[in-house]
Design a protein around this ligand. Structure first.
Ligand code: NAD
Length: 285
């Protein structure tokens, strides 16, 4: 018998379609104040997280980088009842400082900080790693995708009480080579390591820091990665659960990591990838 029976794939898909429901746990984050970065549109992973947090009773605030993003983000953020919507390009220290000041006008603390930001110049995501990884591409990708976690954590730490939580989004390309992910994989490795150092440091104040390593999901950022469509198609048949993951899967993991359910969990990379990371060579025979 072949290791992947097409019938099994169909059965699993059917099951997954029927469980396409928004989980409601009756107020897991009631009263929590959550600052969400990285919403570009309603397909963003951060948007899935925001919707789940709202369902569970959290108050929300959002950031976006620059005017063109504001046009996309403001309408949906207002629609969900955001308490603040702040312009914050994380590559600018003055933007981060202004964001802390703006959030400080509406909230006296921040219980949850979601870092869902990544960027690499497109030219660095297509071609041979040794050729396309320029000094500029390295600097920009590292700054926006990895350093920003440290900068935001430092800036918001004074507002974060014991028991609060920071979560970031990473990808398997940090651990193993994923073709065309290139410098973004290197930045995700730096992000995961930074997350652990922050977890140790901020742990002294009772602040937890974790990462969700999401399987591939069709979003604006993912559209910049060559071969994404093929990867999504192949993944649905190859992962142990024979499916792709979606924004709701990440949102459920974020609910766990940012609630008291995970009160003693910090410095962790939680894979939400239908099991993809456990696989070695997969034969489709
Ligand atoms: P997305 O395009 O919806 O989100 C990326 C966000 O990064 C956007 O909101 C964008 O405004 C923000 N951003 C980029 N540069 C910024 C800057 N200078 N300042 C502030 N914000 C900036 O795509 P997404 O897939 O939801 O990505 C969110 C996170 O999830 C990223 O870190 C991404 O690497 C990670 N991730 C995505 C996938 C996937 O397959 N989509 C898988 C694993 C991890």
């Amino acid at each position: 018998m072949s290791p992947i029976d097409p019938k099994d794939v169909e059965v699993t898909r059917a099951r997954m379609e029927t469980d396409d429901v928004r989980l409601s746990l009756g107020g897991l984050l009631r009263g929590k104040l959550a600052l969400i970065t990285g919403v570009a549109n309603d397909r963003s992973i951060a948007w899935g997280i925001a919707e789940a947090f709202q369902r569970e009773g959290a108050e929300l605030a959002f950031t976006y980088p620059g005017e063109s993003m504001e046009r996309r983000v403001r309408p949906i953020a207002e629609g969900i009842g955001a308490k603040a919507i702040v312009d914050c390009d994380v590559s600018k220290d003055e933007d981060i400082a202004r964001t802390v000041a703006e959030i400080g006008k509406v909230w006296d603390r921040v219980d949850v900080l979601v870092h869902s930001i990544g960027f690499a110049p497109r030219s660095a995501l297509d071609g041979r790693f040794a050729d396309v990884t320029t000094r500029d591409a390295w600097r920009i990708t590292m700054d926006v995708s990895a350093y920003s976690l440290i900068a935001l954590a430092r800036a918001f730490r004074p507002m974060m009480p014991a028991g609060s939580s920071i979560v970031t989004l990473t990808y398997y390309g940090a651990e193993k080579v994923v073709r065309n992910y290139n410098v973004m994989g290197v930045a995700k490795a730096a992000l995961e390591s930074s997350m652990r150092y922050l977890a140790e440091d901020l742990g002294q104040e009772g602040i937890r820091v974790n990462a969700i390593s999401a399987g591939p999901i069709k979003t604006l950022a993912a559209a910049g990665i060559k071969g994404m469509r093929t990867m999504l198609g192949e993944n649905a048949a190859k992962t142990p659960l024979r499916r792709n993951v979606d924004q709701e899967d990440c949102a459920r993991a974020a609910l766990y990591l940012c609630s008291d359910l995970a009160r003693n969990v910090t410095g962790e990379v939680l894979h939400v990838d239908a099991g993809q990371n456990i696989l070695g060579v997969v034969s489709m025979e």
